[in-house]
Design a protein around this ligand. Sequence first.
Ligand SMILES: [Zn+2]
Length: 137
Amino acid sequence: MTIPRALARKLVMKFSARQFFPKEDDAIAALIDAFQKYPRTKEQAQQVAEDLESEDGCPTVASIRRVSFSTREKTWKREMITCPRCGGTGFVERTFQRKGLPGVEHAAAGTCVAPCSCRAPADEALAYVSDELGGGV
Ligand SMILES: [Zn+2]
């Protein structure tokens, strides 16, 4: 999901009265781009802007990127810790039943361990890793 340009602009403009807020349109656009690119959801973008308020001066592309990654990581961990299905372990126990062949009375049942649905989907995990390693601006 991409953050809407209008929201990214609004979040950047919150810092317009701060020291070092850029005067050049290109530099302002780079900050807006960073708010569109690094947080994964609108809620994360808002959280990133809020976290950046405690820093001095205007945020930079680097600080938006850094805070976005830490927000994304916290979001995963919180989702896992509060998961009612697995209690934060990331795994659930499943019971399975194997039916016998038609007309045969034989059946088997047992349990197995499966990854819980709260775990970050593989594509999200890969996007995180590739952004972290090579997604510089
Ligand atoms: Zn879970």
